[in-house]
Design a protein around this ligand. Structure first.
Ligand code: ADP
Ligand code: X15
Length: 398
């Protein structure tokens, strides 16, 4: 029996209003979803609930809106993409609480699916504010959390609701936890982690514990720049959180004490503009021009990363090594992904990767199916790896 309640425990839900927290924080370019993996992964839960006659009300966030509602962060286009993936109509309400949401829910028939607007249009969501949670709960009889990739957030829609309504883990939440336990519960050493991407401030603290769990930590992407700057390297106009230099230094100290190797880029692909076709050059990491941005790790670094992948028995990866959405800055990510996939196929590596953009990058490289396991989660996956309790999972425990 699972440690938490699953859809096997949900009972008769015919005609019931089921609030389902999903992660629709998918990569989007020019208004189009560029990787639908997160939508595909929630399809089984939605089909099961709808098939049992529930009114399925989806709750989700999109991006990190700062100032309330804005079209840029609306879930409306994602409702259309969700309908396409599910192959069935998905209604949309332009608010997640109040009369607009209430009327849309009241108009639902058994089996219908409705997506409510971005929960993060309310600041109260991220504060897990009890009054806001009650407003969300007003539209449901039951809560199902299928957003493992947002389970590291103690927000109203990920944690608070489970205190107010009978609550269950969705099929994806269940599958993610089971797959991670199977792949990484007792990992074969050496364990090598690759961490890149752009969410530096929200992920850097995780590295403090991660260096105690892995034998080597390869740092690429935007994350590397903060470490390079902390070490005194001039990273020009690169994405870099200079105020996090003390944290980066402390992580390097902790890593040395734990015997974890830290691998930083020795070269980078530098451009002056962040756009397709921008002129770029590969330079030694000590030679980044003042007006340049490192948008990918360079060829020498790619070789070094390949050597670490060869040494690894287990690979854990979150965060692309460069701005892979724009060629040619996808080069290092694609090369490392193909290398890890080949080792996995040869039976020499257990490879587990996760994160909304990381999954998109592996799909872009054409190797997502060759990894041992691909999680929808990035930050949540790293926190799980750290052994940290995930609020959205903990609250579902029996
Ligand atoms: N050197 C870089 N400079 C700017 N952005 C980068 C760089 N390297 C990677 N990125 C960006 O990081 C983003 C993904 O980061 P993140 O959200 O942390 O990953 P995930 O969604 O897989 O958890 C991508 O959009 C990619 O373009
Ligand atoms: O995309 C997500 O996480 P990820 O980038 O770590 O994979 C989740 O939707 C969580 O989003 P958040 O990091 O804005 O809370």
């Amino acid at each position: 029996m699972a440690a938490f309640k699953t859809l096997d425990d949900i009972g008769n839900i015919s005609g019931k209003r089921v609030l389902v927290r999903v992660d629709l924080n998918v990569p989007v370019a020019d208004g189009k979803v560029t990787d639908a993996t997160r939508i595909e992964r929630i399809a089984p839960t939605i089909a099961e609930l709808s098939g049992k006659g529930a009114k399925v009300i989806l709750l989700a966030h999109f991006g990190r809106p700062k100032d309330g509602p804005s079209p840029e962060f609306s879930l409306e286009p994602i409702a259309r993409a969700t309908a396409q993936v599910l192959g069935r109509p998905v209604g949309f309400a332009s608010d997640c609480v109040g009369d607009t949401a209430g009327s849309a829910v009241a108009a639902m028939n058994k089996g219908d699916v409705l997506l409510l607007e971005n929960t993060r249009f309310y600041k109260a969501e991220e504060k897990n504010d009890p009054a806001f949670t009650e407003r969300l709960a007003a539209n449901g009889d039951i809560f199902v959390n299928d957003a493992f990739s947002a389970a590291h957030r103690a927000h109203s829609s990920t944690e608070g609701l489970a205190h107010l309504l009978p609550s269950f883990a969705g099929r994806t939440m269940q599958a993610e936890l089971e797959a991670l336990e199977k792949g990484l519960g007792n990992p074969v050493r050496p364990v090598v982690a690759i961490v890149g991407g752009a969410k530096v401030s929200t992920k850097i603290d995780l590295l403090m514990n991660l260096v105690k769990k892995v034998d080597a930590l390869v740092i690429g992407g935007g994350m590397a720049n903060t470490f390079l700057a902390a070490r005194g390297t001039d990273v020009g106009k690169s994405l870099c959180e200079h105020d996090l230099a003390p944290t980066a230094k402390q992580i390097m100290i902790e890593a040395a004490e734990a015997g974890c190797a830290i691998i930083l880029p020795v070269d980078g692909v530098v451009a002056r503009e962040f756009k397709a076709g921008a002129a770029c050059e590969t330079v030694a990491i000590s030679d980044v021009p003042a007006d340049g941005m490192i948008l990918d790790v360079g060829a020498k670094t790619v070789t070094t990363i390949g050597e670490w992948i060869d040494r690894a028995a287990t690979l854990v990866w979150n965060g692309p090594l460069g701005a892979f959405e724009i060629a040619p800055f996808d080069h290092a990510t694609v090369a490392a992904a193909k290398h890890a996939a080949a080792r996995t196929k040869a039976g020499k590596l257990v490879s587990v990767a996760g994160g909304g953009d990381t999954v998109a990058a592996l799909n872009h490289a054409g190797v997502a199916d060759d990894f041992t396991y691909v999680s929808t989660a990035g930050g949540a996956f790293l926190e799980w790896m750290e052994g940290k309790p995930l609020p959205g999972v903990d609250v579902l425990k029996r």
